[in-house]
Design a protein around this ligand. Structure first.
Ligand code: DGP
Length: 122
């Protein structure tokens, strides 16, 4: 799938659409999810144009890969989630219901998250 530079996160990265920013560095931008699923729900996205987890892990440089993961850890620490804990998740493709075609990592926290995931009824 080709990268769509008009996707909503590309617009946020270009500053065309506002976001509730929590962190930014050379490699990543982190902001609060517009539709939070948990008391703390933050999205961390790479600055590069990557459609999904598959695209990012196949094509990003080592520095971009490390930069994104370092940003996830930093944001979780800054949000005071290390204790009692948090969950990170990235949806890729149709079965995972990925909505926005710019790779993003969700950070969920601030409540007991239960064990793993509950598949939707089909
Ligand atoms: P996913 O299903 O993994 O692609 O999740 C996309 C998430 O992005 C979803 O939780 C809602 C969030 N989202 C969509 N549009 C916007 C937006 O314009 N601003 C913010 N902050 N979050 C958005």
């Amino acid at each position: 799938m080709a990268y769509d530079s008009e996707n909503i996160f590309a617009k946020i990265l270009r500053g065309e659409i506002p976001c509730d920013k929590v962190y930014e560095d050379e490699y990543a931008l982190a902001f609060r999810d517009i539709n939070p699923q948990t008391p703390t729900h933050i999205l961390v996205i790479p600055k590069g144009a990557y459609v999904s987890s598959d695209d990012f892990t196949a094509h990003a440089s080592d520095a971009e890969l490390a930069g994104l993961l370092r940003a996830v850890g930093h944001v979780a620490r800054e949000a005071d989630l290390v204790e009692p804990g948090y969950r990170i998740l990235a949806n890729h493709g149709a079965d995972a219901h990925q909505e926005v075609p710019h790779f993003h990592v969700h950070i969920f926290g601030g409540t007991d998250l239960g064990r793993m995931i509950k598949p939707a009824d089909k």
